[in-house]
Design a protein around this ligand. Structure first.
Ligand SMILES: O=C(O)C1=C[C@@H](OP(=O)(O)O)[C@@H](O)[C@H](O)C1
Ligand SMILES: C=C(OP(=O)(O)O)C(=O)O
Length: 445
């Protein structure tokens, strides 16, 4: 898991960023590909898996519960699954590291198996709320004992057979939705999740691809109603994971901001439930062209051609937030260089990610000279109109990969260095970040 020795780095104003790059595999899809392959009967393969710490935590947990998961020298992962209902009792606590997705989705799987598992994590993950999955999984019959406030460490004693429920999501969360659907896989009858606000739909797509009986309907209020029939039998698959749009966001914004830049980012997932940032940046005036659009492994993919462009401030519609929920930190950096005011609202969920992303971005941006006002549910930012930020201050990443990468990009458009106190968290989702940015021409020391 994350090394305890901090690794600071300084990011400096750079010349134009140019070249063609590929970002690593999508983190959300990588987690799900390992989990569902581990529950299929037989041999699945996964190409393009993100080999970041979060996904490796999922792999280790699925191994601890009986699946065989092996990485070939060619980078292809092979998984022999145990079958739905076949997860084994893990012999030790499952260490989830920094990964909320691993924790919440695996709690769902354990909840309907006749096993007990303890979940632990790092300081960041141990501060995040798990009540949002404890509640529905408890309704299904799982017995969950948590640390105060519904925090890790916690223990899930599964119920088998579990009770199918109909659950209306109280917040827009793909992790909560997925936890209930995954619990429903080994639950007799129909488990139903009602999602008033659509979130990323990778679980639905992949469960269907593995042969689960899953339907999605839209009710009279416009909510998505997702129904899964347990006890499912999953058929092994050969999966190709597209590049992660949440990782592509960093070179994309950097190319828009650094004068003279011209970059192609190949093979990026553009699933509409994930592509909100592209839409917002284009509305701000960003020159982003989608080329070579195609479907890879059941997911829409394109190459992104990005050229430096002056950006204008914007009022971001809160309705688009779920489709770019992890991209707000880097959008705030883009807004800090835009012409005029950017207003974001409806982002309460950002306060319970790896860090409080509203507070940390407000503090860090102010420290490097941006004009920013912190509201309860978002930031208001008055941009420089394309002038570099002053920079020259250290910023704290607080075990949050996206905060670290956002301030790294801010350093590329600052008059004086931006020193990020610790870049190690980047290994959770984008281990190649520094080398990829350097290959485009970024200055890092
Ligand atoms: O389901 C997923 O893979 C994810 C869902 C989102 O979390 P929430 O469900 O908490 O919104 C997102 O922030 C996270 O990075 C990945
Ligand atoms: C919120 C994130 O991940 P997780 O919830 O899996 O830790 C993220 O990657 O930005």
């Amino acid at each position: 898991m994350i090394s305890t020795t901090p690794s600071p780095a300084a990011f400096t104003a750079s010349g134009p960023l140019t070249g063609r790059v590929r970002v690593p595999g999508d983190k959300s899809i990588s987690h799900r590909s390992l989990m569902l392959s581990a529950l299929a009967v037989g041999r699945s393969t996964v190409r393009g898996l993100l080999e970041g710490e979060d996904v490796l935590a999922t792999a280790a947990a699925m191994r601890a519960m009986g699946a065989t998961i092996v990485r070939g020298d060619d980078g292809v992962w092979t998984i022999h699954g145990v079958g739905v209902g076949g997860l084994l009792q893990p012999q030790a606590a499952l260490d989830m590291g920094n990964s909320g997705t691993s924790t919440r989705l695996l709690m769902g799987l354990v909840a309907s198996h006749p096993i007990t598992a303890t979940f632990t994590g790092d300081a960041s993950l141990s501060g995040r709320p798990m009540g949002r999955v404890i509640d529905p999984l408890g309704l299904m019959g799982a017995d969950i004992t948590s640390s105060p406030g519904g925090r890790l460490p916690l223990m899930v004693r599964g119920m088998c057979p579990a009770v199918p429920i109909e659950y209306r999501l109280p917040m827009a969360s793909a992790q909560v939705k997925s936890a209930v659907l995954l619990a429903g896989l080994n639950t007799p009858g129909i488990t139903r999740v009602i999602e008033p606000i659509a979130t990323r739909d990778h679980s639905e797509r992949m469960l269907t691809g593995f042969g689960a009986d899953l339907t999605v309907e839209i009710d009279s209020d416009g909510a998505r109603v997702i129904s899964i029939r347990g006890e499912a039998e999953l058929k092994p698959q050969d999966i190709v994971v597209p590049g992660d749009p949440s990782s592509a966001a960093f070179p994309m914004v950097a190319a828009l901001l650094v004068p003279g830049s011209d970059v192609v980012i190949e093979n990026v997932g553009i699933n509409p439930t994930r592509a909100g940032l592209i839409e917002v940046l284009q509305a701000m005036g960003g020159d982003i062209t989608l080329i070579n659009e195609r479907v890879v492994g059941g997911e829409p993919v394109a190459d992104l051609h990005v050229r430096h462009s002056p950006l204008n401030g914007i009022e971001v519609d809160p309705a688009i937030a779920p489709s770019m929920i992890d991209e707000f930190p880097i959008l705030f950096v883009a807004a800090a260089l835009a012409n005029g005011r950017t207003v974001t609202r409806g982002l309460e969920e950002l306060r319970v990610k790896e860090s409080d992303r509203i507070a940390l971005m407000a503090q860090g941006l102010a420290a490097i000279g941006a004009r920013v006002i912190e509201a309860e549910d978002g930031l208001i930012i008055d941009g420089t109109g394309g002038e570099p930020l002053p920079g020259g201050a250290p910023v704290a990443a607080k075990l949050d990969h996206r905060i670290a990468m956002s301030f790294a990009v801010a350093g590329l458009v600052s008059a004086a260095n931006v020193m990020v106190d610790d870049m190690t968290p980047v290994a959770t989702s984008f281990p190649q970040f520094a080398s990829l940015m350097t290959s485009l021409g970024a200055q890092i020391s």
